[in-house]
Design a protein around this ligand. Sequence first.
Ligand SMILES: [Zn+2]
Length: 192
Amino acid sequence: MTDAPAMAAEMTAVSAEHHDPQQPDDERWMREALALAQQGAAAGEVPVGALVLQQGRVVGRGFNQPVDTHDPTAHAEVLALRDAARTLGNYRLPGCTLVVTLEPCAMCAGAIQHARIARLVFGARDPKTGACGSVIDLFGEYRLNHHARVTGGVLAAECGQQLSSFFADRRRASRAPAVAPAGLPVGHDDPR
Ligand SMILES: [Zn+2]
């Protein structure tokens, strides 16, 4: 009964449907998110920055800081959502856009959906924990309640470079051996 090729074609179509092309201001806001991420790097946190926009105005900001806050949920997106919700006095953020330098993980994708964010813009893809198409696509899962429009890859090279530089500096600082222990490839970093 199952028509696998037809199902696959349908899933591809559904998956692509919620992805939007880049908009003129996306790079400008991504540069602000990169600056936020840099604040995290300066504090020794993996640099990921996020902001929430409402009608072209920043209403929430955050950068990754789980280490400093002893909080595994303190990802940039979660902190930016909390900041925006406080600013607007509303636990839901309909019509808002969230801009983040790295593809959100499953936790953050869930938080973005709970907040009713209308549009998500992210920079670099995360092949290890990305939940917007790289590992799984939670925004293409139509059994879930809410669906943001998604634009990925905005200033992806800059966003990826910021992360690479951070890990390279950290490896140098810890004088890590040039050859990783057996079974662990060099550069095998958890992005968070
Ligand atoms: Zn996350």
